[in-house]
Design a protein around this ligand. Structure first.
Ligand SMILES: [Zn+2]
Ligand SMILES: [Zn+2]
Ligand SMILES: [Zn+2]
Length: 81
């Protein structure tokens, strides 16, 4: 279940890459809604998580952005929407 998040204003910066910027993975990617950074998920090398920690950008979305994608906030530490 998604909860309300005060860290996400609904603005999504388009993905700036078509693969993980850390390792080149092309599946289970996440985009940083703040800057468009693309990183792989935690079940891979967690480059998305690493970006969130390094940058302080709290909210990511799963790719591709479309029906069924999810939004995660690292500050709320849960799915948000
Ligand atoms: Zn939040
Ligand atoms: Zn990666
Ligand atoms: Zn970012």
């Amino acid at each position: 279940m998604a909860q309300r998040c005060t860290h996400f204003d609904g603005t999504v910066t388009p993905p700036r890459a078509d693969r993980c910027e850390g390792c080149g993975s092309t599946f289970n990617l996440r985009v940083c809604t703040t800057c468009g950074h693309v990183g792989c998920c935690e079940s891979q090398r967690g480059h998305n998580t690493a970006h969130a920690k390094a940058s302080g950008h709290p909210v990511i979305k799963s790719l591709p952005l479309g029906e069924g994608h999810f939004t995660w906030c690292y500050i709320c530490n849960t799915y948000v929407g």
